[in-house]
Write a protein that binds this ligand. Structure first.
Ligand code: JB2
Length: 195
C-alpha cells in the first residue's frame, strides 16, 4: 500500500464535496477531516467528519502538515483569502490538487492551494496563482494569467493572453475575449461575454 500525505479541508459545504471527489480521484492525499463552524461539528461531508473549528488550526498544524481551502466562492474571494492567510500564518503547507480527468500542459504553472477540477483544460504557458478554483470543465487558454484567489467557474472560458487580476470570479459559461485584463475583485456574470 502506498503512503499518502494527510490533508485537512477547510470549509465543508457544496464545494467541499466536489473537491473531495477530485482528491479521491487523484489519490495522493488522505483526507483526515474538515474544519468548519461550531454548529457543524460532528456532521459528515460524504465520508469525512467535521472535526474542528478555525480556533483549533494552531494545534492541528502540528498533527497534519497540509491544508486546503474547500469553502467555495461566488463573487469576491475575500473569505477564501482570509482562511488561506490564517492557515498560512499557522504554518500549513498547501498542495496543488489536479484531477486526473483534467488536462494541464507541462508548460503551464500552477501555484499552491489551487484545484484544477474534472474536465478543466489549462493550456501552454498559462499561469494560475495561489488558492484558485479552476472549476469543472473550465478552459484556461495559452498565456492566460489567473492571479491569486480567483474562481473560474464551471465551463467558463479564459481565452489566450487574458489577465484575471486577484480575487475575481468568472461565472459559469462566461467567455473572456483574448488579451483583455479583468480587474481585481471583478464579478463576471454567468453566460456573459467580457471584451
Ligand atoms: O469562517 C469559516 C466559515 N464560514 C463558513 N471557517 C470555516 N472553516 N468554514 C466556514 N464556513 C462553512 O463553509 C459553512 O459552514 C459551510 O459548511 C461552508 C460553505 O458551504 P456552502 O455550501 O454554503 O458554499 P460553498 O462555498 O461550499 O459553495 C459555493 O461555491 C461553490 C463554488 C456554492 O455556491 C456552490 O454551489 C459552488 N459550486
Amino acid at each position: 500500500m502506498s503512503y499518502k500525505e494527510k490533508l485537512l479541508l477547510i470549509g465543508g459545504g457544496g464545494h467541499c464535496k466536489s473537491v473531495i471527489d477530485v482528491i479521491e480521484a487523484e489519490g495522493k492525499y488522505e483526507i483526515v477531516g474538515i474544519v468548519d463552524v461550531e454548529e457543524k461539528l460532528g456532521e459528515k461531508v460524504l465520508d469525512y467528519q467535521i472535526i474542528a473549528t478555525d480556533n483549533e488550526l494552531g494545534t492541528l498544524v502540528k498533527k497534519y502538515r497540509n491544508a486546503f481551502i474547500t469553502l467555495g466562492q461566488i463573487g469576491k474571494g475575500e473569505k477564501r483569502k482570509e482562511l488561506f492567510d490564517i492557515c498560512k500564518k499557522a504554518g500549513f503547507n498547501f498542495p496543488v490538487i489536479i484531477s486526473p480527468h483534467a488536462y494541464v500542459s507541462k508548460h503551464a504553472k500552477i501555484e499552491e492551494g489551487t484545484v484544477i477540477m474534472h474536465g478543466a483544460i489549462v493550456n501552454a504557458s498559462a499561469l494560475i496563482g495561489k488558492n484558485c478554483i479552476i472549476n469543472t470543465k473550465a478552459l484556461i487558454e495559452h498565456d492566460a494569467i489567473v492571479k491569486d484567489h480567483c474562481h473560474i467557474a464551471t465551463a467558463a472560458i479564459v481565452n489566450g493572453g487574458v489577465i484575471v487580476e486577484e480575487g475575481s470570479f468568472i461565472g459559469s459559461n462566461a467567455v473572456t475575449k483574448q488579451y483583455i485584463t479583468i480587474p481585481k475583485n471583478s464579478f463576471i456574470k454567468a453566460g456573459s461575454l467580457a471584451k
